[in-house]
Design a protein around this ligand. Sequence first.
Ligand code: HEM
Length: 209
Amino acid sequence: MLTSSIGKKTVMAISGAMLSLFLLAHMVGNTTAFFGREAFNGYAGHIHDLGGILKLLEAGLLFFLLAHAGVALLLYLENMQARPERYAVKKSSGSGLIAQTMPYTGLAILIFLIVHLANFHFTDRTTPPSEMIREVLGRPEFALFYIFSVLAAALHISHGLWSLFQTLGLSHPRYNKLIMTGGIICGIAVGTVFVLIPVLAVIYSGFLL
Ligand code: HEM
């Protein structure tokens, strides 16, 4: 699959679909933060209670992340080699601009994930998750970093969803508008929920208290 261009795009599409499902589930789960400390810690507790299943899901997530980022790098390098005129000024318009920035928003997400997992995953697990959020995102420099990163994730998913439908041949002129609108709605939802959390952590001292 990795030798043909369509094979690589298919790997990108399937792994992208799995990562998008994770991100949307993570977003829905994180909305519990708006209902207070108990709701959020209760939700996090249920996730941890999954035990072995959680480990399996995490392994799957890592696998899809490595596949997605690895093949993206391959495609990017191939593209650079095939198009020596890459420094020429490109036409940029609407969604075209988001499409062109996919490698950069992808890289921003990768850098964000390293910081994010260090903040919340590979850390002292005896601290309640609500407290970790207050401690980390209550700091304006972290809040700003989170805001920029999740906006990159919102742009990435809004175009990625559209793109994966095209690659997997699931598009149809009749439904293309619906697919594009669906991608944009998911992007807006991800951006709104994930931005609101660091914003609230900074401006509202009672958040998750
Ligand atoms: C305000 C934004 C976000 C907050 C407050 C947040 C919070 C959290 C928390 C509390 C955990 C649980 C750590 C644990 O108990 O293991 C977590 C895990 C995780 N988050 Fe986020 N997250 C945010 C945005 C994102 C975004 C945008 C992405 C991806 C682009 C992401 C990817 C992950 C991943 C991969 C994990 C690890 C899942 C696992 O292995 O169990 N998060 N996040």
